[in-house]
Design a protein around this ligand. Structure first.
Ligand SMILES: Cc1cc2nc3c(=O)[nH]c(=O)nc-3n(C[C@H](O)[C@H](O)[C@H](O)COP(=O)(O)OP(=O)(O)OC[C@H]3O[C@@H](n4cnc5c(N)ncnc54)[C@H](O)[C@@H]3O)c2cc1C
Length: 478
């Protein structure tokens, strides 16, 4: 079979591209080396839909950030993922640097960001009462928002899948070459052929580009450590609060999440290992120290977990999007560091449009732009919930006590298209294991459900695919 497009990488960018391509009459295949979609950088970031004031004027980052921000609200309704336009405050703690806020405001206006305003301390405090005592002024960006990055990525993937895109998980691309005008994509599970390729491989996108083009790219993973606070202290900040940005990024921010937690981070440390997502004591200390410059008395005793993500920093400092001139039909989406989550819808739409133009693809008259998320009984009235539980008692059985997740939701997460096959995959879809005990209570029950539904032995259920078995060393009899 010859595909119209093979997309390499099922992060937010690859899944967005798949979703927009599935609106055309096209054979689309997505190859992902991990056991689930959203298993790379798209799962470990600040979850902010940036307004777009920070990226340099004229850069692709600025362009796609502002476009993506404007698309997200409609997409969140169509595809049913949580998004809240909370606004952001970029705070200045040094009276001699207030002019930097003005520079950012002007840069933002040139980028097309609406509504930017500089606030004095009192105005800023009215919006955000827990600002640190040293804050003297702030840039308010009303269009910034927060999103659930897992649900956004999974929504793109499921919608693409429902509209006919094929996904092969656990499939790593190992080689790539052009022959007779077609692309041959070699994987650890066989070879595939396509007319075009989308390179959305995150921190590995340079490796793939360099297989096919003399326009070499170089990506350095830039690690960011975070801490996550319990929902019990939800509402400690109402907006995303940034410090003034630096050369390495947007600095240590404090932000609410759409699920009611508070997230604090990230650091920015260049590393060599593209797999190294372990947090470090130094990183966590930096996060604690720097966040206190923006927000006072952060309730850090309520930390429930820490994690790290890797930015795909390309030497040129901007996104690399489109075909290199010596590799026709090979569409890069490389160097997609922050604001890549915000920009993903616009990048996905643009790449789909360019491929459609190249291959002369027609719109699919049966394309369904809408998709519904997993039913969440906590959003129903008591009466509706009682009717649901009567019909299906699994919605009356709480499995994850911290987040109040029922067996019914977990079963749906497993049974849907691109269903969950591991503890983390369930967690990303319905939040079982995301709460204060971090899966201490619910993991055995979730494992049982995966094992029963997927017909795999309990001791083969993993945390996140591969060798991440949970019951390592246990005998079948034991
Ligand atoms: C610390 C941090 C904070 C951030 N905060 C924000 C934010 O608040 N807002 C924002 O807009 N952006 C933010 N970003 C950036 C954003 O998270 C990324 O730009 C975005 O997630 C990148 O998506 P992606 O699909 O390109 O990459 P990924 O999500 O990494 O997806 C790439 C996929 O390709 C797969 N892959 C790689 N090689 C192969 C291969 N050979 N074969 C098959 N599959 C392969 C990987 O397994 C992976 O799943 C942040 C990033 C970091 C690290």
């Amino acid at each position: 079979m010859i595909y119209d497009t093979i997309i390499i990488g099922a992060g937010v960018v690859g899944c967005a591209a798949a979703r927009f391509l599935s609106a055309y009459l096209a054979d689309v295949l997505v190859l992902e080396r991990e056991e689930d979609v959203c298993a790379g950088t798209s799962k470990a970031n600040s979850a902010i839909i940036h307004s777009g004031y920070d990226a340099p004027n004229g850069s692709l980052k600025a362009r796609y950030n502002v476009l993506g921000n404007a698309m997200t609200e409609k997409l969140s309704r169509e595809l049913d993922f949580p998004f809240e336009r909370r606004g952001s405050l970029t705070v200045c703690t040094d009276p001699s640097r207030v002019s930097v806020l003005e520079e950012l405001r002007m840069r933002g206006e040139k980028n097309g960001v609406p509504g930017l305003r500089i606030l004095d301390r009192d105005e800023a405090l009215r919006l955000e009462p827990n600002l640190a005592d040293g804050v003297v002024a702030a840039l308010f960006a009303p269009t910034a928002g927060i999103v659930c990055p897992f649900k956004m990525t999974i929504a793109f993937a499921e919608n693409a899948c429902e509209n006919g895109a094929e996904f092969r998980l656990n499939t790593r691309v190992t080689g790539l070459y052009r022959e007779d005008g077609l692309w041959r994509v070699q994987t650890d599970r066989g070879e595939y052929t396509s007319k075009t390729v989308v390179n959305a491989a995150g921190v590995y996108a340079d490796v793939l580009n360099n297989l096919v083009s003399e326009r070499k790219l170089r990506i350095t993973p830039r690690r960011g450590d975070y801490i996550l606070l319990d929902r019990a202290v939800g509402g400690y900040v109402r907006h995303t609060v940034f410090p003034l940005p630096t050369k390495l990024g947007k600095g240590v921010l404090v932000t609410p999440t759409v699920h009611g937690n508070t997230i604090v981070g990230p650091t920015a440390v260049d590393i060599e290992d593209r797999e190294s997502t372990a947090t470090t004591a130094d990183g966590i200390n930096t996060v604690l120290e720097r966040s206190s410059l923006s927000i006072k008395n952060l309730p850090v005793r309520s930390v429930i977990t820490s994690f790290a993500g890797l930015r795909a920093h390309e030497d040129g400092g901007d996104f690399v999007i489109g075909e290199p001139d010596d590799a026709p039909g090979f569409f890069n989406c490389a160097g997609i560091e922050s604001p890549g989550l915000s920009a993903a819808p616009a990048i996905g739409e643009e790449v789909a449009r360019r491929i459609a133009e190249k291959l002369n693809l027609k719109a699919d008259p049966d394309f369904k732009p809408e998709r519904r998320d997993i039913l969440d009984p906590s959003k129903l009235s008591t009466e509706e919930r009682n009717i649901l539980i009567k019909k299906n008692p699994a919605y009356g059985a709480i499995v994850c006590r911290c987040e109040g997740v029922t067996e019914g939701e977990i079963l749906e997460a497993i049974r849907r298209p691109l269903g969950a096959r591991s503890l983390d995959a369930v967690k990303r879809r319905v939040r079982a294991g995301m709460g204060r005990c971090q899966g201490g209570f619910c993991s055995p029950k979730v494992m049982e459900l995966i094992s029963r539904e997927c017909g795999i032995p309990l001791d083969e259920v993993t945390k996140c695919g591969g060798a991440s078995r949970i019951t390592v060393g246990r005998t079948k009899e034991g």
